[in-house]
Write a protein that binds this ligand. Structure first.
Ligand code: FE2
Length: 457
């Protein structure tokens, strides 16, 4: 009996330890570890033909999905500088839109002619064909516009981050493309990883553009800037941040009254997407802060029930890589997200996968000690999905024990699919790259915070 009494404090400590460690699932799946290397340049050949248009990609061109920015590169000549397009079934009624054309230099690299043409007044939920180039180097593509913005308009997003151009990147994109459900991609930053090559070899921006064309020419990609878009290299006398990225990837930022393409928003079907920049100023009085402050009250959840935020550096992440790099932005904006009942925040940067519970950490005031995340039904779920598979490899070191806010985490490459069904339900699934197959390793039914704020199980 005495022994049991003596052991009680030990038991008490042990039980508490179990309680503290109850932090969700750390997946036991172990991917094959091998060196990540960018695929050779020869694996990304330009399309055949003299001055053939290449690196074709499309992005929503207005606030609601009735315009599309068509972007491409002609390597040698500026012309032809237009796109011809028509709605399926109306080939006799072709339209033509001219592109703005720009070039840039980066150290010893000179870009091709970079075209951006915005085609407007498109019908909703309609297939369009478009052609670039002329004569025997004409290339034809197509896309489908989203449904009219409305609370029950279904839409399926793919979510991809930190993609790069390795064999792992290739698998990730193949897996997404092979799923016929995906209608548009939410990209959470870090595109080409050109800056990992000597002198930020911008040829790697060209090969990345060719790599993603098989998807990005056919569905709208929503772009977020990551740290690998900075290309800030004063040692090369290249001191203008985001130079290659901003020349190559245009977004409709003016449609949401933003003053910078690095932060903006769009509506798409029943979703309102807000894109933020981790690498632009966001303190009080800065342009990004002022824009977000005025933007959140504009979100009408009766029209777009699903409020989604994209940002590169995660606010909640229990990986040792990039630990707490997103902390100052979290402190600045988290209370706004809770107040406005953001449904989900997607981030990249950490090259692994993690999903959190609905939690917030907004009550701390320096003296009250309330500095731990707590369950909060008004808070977003935070998903870190920087696992596209780039040249820097996997982030395979999680903090131990897992924090209580972490619902699922795994050090593998992959992508996710978010199927918005109606105003109350969306199915979210993360697909791991596993032995050349895409395997659903984590999925959850999301309940809309405005129309159905019940706890997810
Ligand atoms: Fe990053």
């Amino acid at each position: 009996m005495d022994a049991i009494i003596l052991l009680l404090p030990v038991l008490f400590v042990l039980l508490n330890f179990v309680e503290v460690c109850n932090g969700g699932i750390t997946s036991s799946f172990v991917r094959k570890l091998y060196a990540s290397e960018d695929m050779p340049l020869s694996d990304f050949p330009p399309p055949p033909g003299y001055n053939a248009p290449e690196q074709v990609h499309i992005t929503q061109g207005d606030l609601v999905g009735r315009a599309m920015i068509i972007s491409w590169v002609t390597p040698l000549l500026r012309h032809p500088d237009y796109v011809v397009y028509w709605a399926a079934g109306s080939k006799h009624k072709k339209h033509k839109a001219h592109s703005s054309v720009e070039t840039y230099r980066f150290y010893n690299y000179s870009s091709g002619h970079i075209h951006h043409a915005t085609i407007k007044n498109l019908a909703f939920d309609t297939r369009y064909f478009y052609e670039l180039g002329a004569g025997n180097v004409t290339r034809r593509f197509s896309f489908r516009t989203p449904s009219k913005v409305g609370p029950d308009a279904p839409y399926t997003f793919g979510i991809i981050g930190d993609l790069g151009q390795t064999h792992d990147s290739y698998q990730t994109l193949e897996h997404y493309v092979s799923n016929p459900k995906g209608q548009g991609v939410l990209f959470v930053g870090d595109l080409s990883y050109a800056d990992n090559h000597p002198n930020h070899d911008n040829v790697r921006w060209d090969t990345f553009g060719r790599f993603i064309e098989k998807c990005a020419a056919y569905q709208s990609w929503t772009w977020t800037a990551g740290n690998h878009e900075l290309d800030f290299a004063p040692e090369l006398e290249e001191d203008v941040p985001f130079k290659p990225y901003l020349h190559r990837y245009h977004v409709p930022y003016k449609a949401s009254q933003s003053t910078s393409p690095l932060w903006y928003s769009i509506k798409r079907a029943s979703a309102y997407i807000i894109v933020l920049s981790s690498y632009s100023a966001y303190g009080k009085y800065t342009p990004q802060y002022a824009w977000l402050e005025s933007e959140l009250p504009k979100v009408n959840r009766a029209e777009t029930p699903w409020l989604i935020v994209l940002v590169h550096s995660p606010w909640y992440n229990s990986n040792n890589y990039h630990y707490m790099e997103g902390e100052t932005m979290r402190v600045q904006f988290e209370s706004w997200f809770v107040k406005n009942k953001v449904d989900v925040v997607f981030a990249g940067h950490v090259h692994a996968y993690e999903r959190t519970e609905r939690i917030s950490n907004i009550n701390y005031n320096i003296t009250n000690g309330m500095s731990a995340p707590v369950k909060d039904p008004s808070a977003p779920i935070y998903i870190t999905i920087g696992d596209g598979g780039n040249v820097e490899g996997i982030a395979d070191s999680f903090t131990e024990p897992p924090p209580r806010y972490s619902a699922f985490r795994e050090a593998s490459f992959g992508h996710a699919v978010l199927e918005i069904k109606n105003r109350t339900h969306a199915h979210y699934a993360w697909h791991r790259n596993q032995d050349n197959n895409a395997v659903v390793a984590d999925d959850v039914w999301l309940h809309n915070r405005y129309y159905y704020p019940e706890e997810e199980v």
